[in-house]
Design a protein around this ligand. Structure first.
Ligand code: BGC
Length: 435
């Protein structure tokens, strides 16, 4: 294995999934609805909010040199226009802790969760959200910009359209058979309980109206309209321009959820259309970015009748995705054809209770990254999802993606072999040649 010196090798988390007590956020509100679609509420999560020093320390000890985490908008701006300096100070401590440990911080500004007030104002379908997000991004940059080199504005900005598609497919499949419905859940790269959502629909409208003022709140991962889809990317552009105006030296990008879309004979047109929807139509919004965050977990195959289920006998992860680490290399190569900036793998990982499978996943995924580097593709880093077992959104704590195990009763951290294994790549790259 040979990664160039300066190559970022680290792990990712998101505020809501690890910090705990994110009480001003839309997710917290939805988790506590009487007929919530969440398996369980996030609660204290991993208490990373108070234990970040221990977590960053474990990461650094294993050799990792990068940490991608998110700043929580609902903490920074719990009320419209009211910013909390104490929370800025909290994240300043997190960033400084990274630097003291020789770990480069990669900061995400919005990782799915929004303040409740934003959703009450129309959320991710409301034009005003563009200016609101710009204002938040500018505030964070004013306060913390001198300490940050990399910012991801929005995590998986293309998620809304993917969810709209899967929700259409789910409704269709659910009508056909319960068994098929389970398969539909396994085709989106994030933890969603579609079946539970459908069952709860009759109660959800009224309960949502009480909390958000509307029966159908437009949270970030709601099914997006084409207008909402464009709005998310305009919010990204507005934030990017605001950050650059204050700190031109910060490298700014967005992250996208990208599947390795493979066509079997007769499935070419389906795969091409899906790639257009998942990636190509966003190019006009991101070509000016410094980098693109590539997030990949699996592949999707298409045949003459459209999307196919996982191949017979395929190894499935806890999320019901196919275990297929080669997908990462395929996606990087495909993205590179049309996106000319730098690439960073900002998420890639596997939900499994068998850590030997995670080690194998990392080994094969990293071989793919290495091969891309050999061909001169400007990949600048790899951040594994996730640093620790955490709150997998609607699916709760049963999905274990972590390099570090977290005991749910005691919150005790236990590094897994996979953490050591990933760290070894970073240690060897530290001795390599300059990028
Ligand atoms: C998201 C993470 C999530 C992971 C695993 C990505 O879609 O960014 O928040 O936990 O996938 O499902």
């Amino acid at each position: 294995m040979s990664f160039p010196k300066g190559f970022l090798i680290g792990a990712s988390t998101a505020a809501h999934q690890v910090e705990g007590n994110n009480v001003h956020s839309d997710y917290w509100a939805q988790e506590h609805l009487p007929h919530s679609s969440f398996t369980e509420p996030s609660g204290i999560a991993c208490d990373h909010y108070s234990r970040f020093e221990e977590d960053i320390g474990l990461m650094a000890k294993a050799g990792l040199n990068a940490y991608r985490f998110s700043i929580e908008w609902a903490r920074i701006e719990p009320e419209d226009g009211k910013f909390d300096e104490n929370e800025i100070e909290h994240y300043r401590q997190v960033i400084r802790c990274c630097r003291e440990n020789g770990v480069e911080p990669l900061v995400t500004l919005m990782h799915f969760t929004s303040p409740v007030w934003l959703i009450r104002q129309g959320g991710w379908e409301a034009e005003s959200t563009v200016a609101r997000f710009r204002r938040y991004a500018a505030y964070v940059t004013e306060k913390l910009g001198d300490e940050i080199r990399w910012i991801c504005t929005i995590n998986e900005a293309n998620m809304g359209l993917q969810l709209a598609a899967i929700s259409r497919r789910f409704q269709l499949m659910a009508q056909q058979a319960q068994k098929n419905a389970q398969q539909a859940e396994g085709t989106v790269q994030v933890g969603m309980n579609f079946r539970k959502m459908m069952e709860n629909m009759k109660f959800a409208a009224q309960e949502n109206a009480q909390v958000f003022g509307v029966p159908n709140p437009q949270i970030f991962v709601s099914s997006r309209t084409p207008e909402g889809d464009a709005l998310v990317f305009r919010a990204h552009q507005a934030a990017r321009d605001a950050i650059k105006a204050i700190r031109p030296e910060i490298r700014v990008g967005i992250t996208l959820s990208l599947h390795d879309l493979q066509a079997l004979p007769g499935g070419e047109a389906f795969a091409e259309n899906a790639w257009e929807e998942e990636f190509l139509h966003y190019l006009p919004y991101i070509q000016e970015d410094d980098f693109l965050g590539v997030q990949n977990y699996t592949r999707t195959q298409y045949g003459p009748a459209g999307q196919l289920p996982c191949p017979e006998g395929a190894e499935l992860t806890q999320m019901d995705y196919e275990f297929y680490p080669e997908a990462l290399e395929h996606v990087i190569r495909k993205v590179r054809k049309d996106f000319k900036g730098d690439l960073i793998v900002t998420e890639n990982g596997v939900a499994t209770s068998d850590d030997t499978r995670r080690v194998e996943f990392i080994r094969r995924a990293m071989a793919g990254v290495e091969s891309c580097l050999k061909d001169g593709i400007p990949v600048k880093g790899y951040c594994h999802w996730s640093l620790m077992d955490n709150f997998e959104w609607q699916k709760g704590y049963a999905m274990t993606f972590g390099l570090i195990a977290v005991d749910r009763a005691t919150l005790l951290r236990t590094p897994k072999e996979s953490l050591r294994f990933l760290g070894a790549y970073a240690k060897s790259s530290a001795a390599g040649s300059a990028l």
